[in-house]
Design a binder for this molecule. Structure first.
Ligand code: MD3
Ligand code: FE
Length: 233
């Protein structure tokens, strides 16, 4: 365990207000756009989004996904996942009895909503690449939701990084190796933290062991919302 539950004042000094979501541009930016923690190639920007920007983003996402709601996916083997998911962008990640894949429509037949500029601004600020993501997968963790260790390999080119945004309750994020098993490191991700998975981290096994339900006031019903931005093809 590399980080516990203590305050992260230095992180907040470095990154809070690093982006204004309302204006969609970088401003009020106190330091270099560099992660304040790097573990196994995972670049962690603690406290990247200020709490007002987190609230704005959650409200925007609630409105955007009203017609393409979270669904509880089923694995190809028929097991219900505990996480609930929906997507934004030209492609969304889904799983059902037919397999894991990206699709252009929600299971209800509607196109996924476009990824808003507020989210693309986060990608522009930290990804280090010019191309924009095709998919923003939204994962919702209610109490007792977890995500087992896995790799993300349904995308065409693993040279592109992926970017994750944590909103709401704290989550214990476990980072492993490019093959299953072996030693791992874990960190508590908090609301407003951003993680960039590029290079060796892009194909590393990772998962969410548990959340601290009720630890954040951001989501009215509690729980955690994670956004992952991906280049699909
Ligand atoms: C994306 N989500 O959606 S985000 C997932 O917190 C996923 O909901 C976790 O793992 C969550 O696939 C972790 C961080 C993460 C880490 C490695 C990745 C996202 C990634 C590698 C490739 C693509
Ligand atoms: Fe993943």
């Amino acid at each position: 365990m590399l980080q516990g539950g203590g305050p992260r004042e230095s992180a907040e000094m470095t990154h809070k207000m690093s982006i204004s979501l309302e204006r969609g541009i970088c401003c009020g930016f106190y330091g270099a756009m560099t992660p304040n923690l790097t573990i196994r190639g995972f670049e962690i920007y603690e406290g990247f989004l200020a709490s007002g920007d987190q609230q704005t983003l959650v409200e925007e996402l609630r409105a955007l996904t009203a017609a393409t709601p979270m669904v509880q996916p089923v694995t190809p083997s028929g097991k219900k996942m505990s996480v609930r998911m929906t997507s934004l962008g030209s492609k969304g990640w889904i799983t059902d009895r037919s397999g894991y894949r990206y699709e252009a429509q929600h299971p209800n037949g509607l196109d996924w909503p476009a990824i808003p500029d507020s989210i693309l601004s986060i990608w522009r600020a930290v990804s280090g690449v010019d191309r924009l993501p095709d998919c923003c997968l939204m994962n919702y963790y209610a109490e007792a939701t977890r995500m087992g260790m896995h790799q993300d390999k349904d995308e065409a080119n693993f040279d592109w990084p992926a970017v994750s945004v944590s909103l709401g309750d704290e989550a214990l994020f476990r980072m492993g190796n490019d093959t299953r098993g072996g030693k791992t490191d874990s960190i508590w991700l908090r609301s407003g933290d951003v993680v960039v998975m590029g290079g060796s981290a892009r194909l590393a096994y990772h998962g969410i062991d548990r959340i601290k339900f009720g630890s954040s006031p951001l989501l009215a019903k509690g729980g955690r919302l994670n956004l992952t931005l991906r280049v699909v093809d």
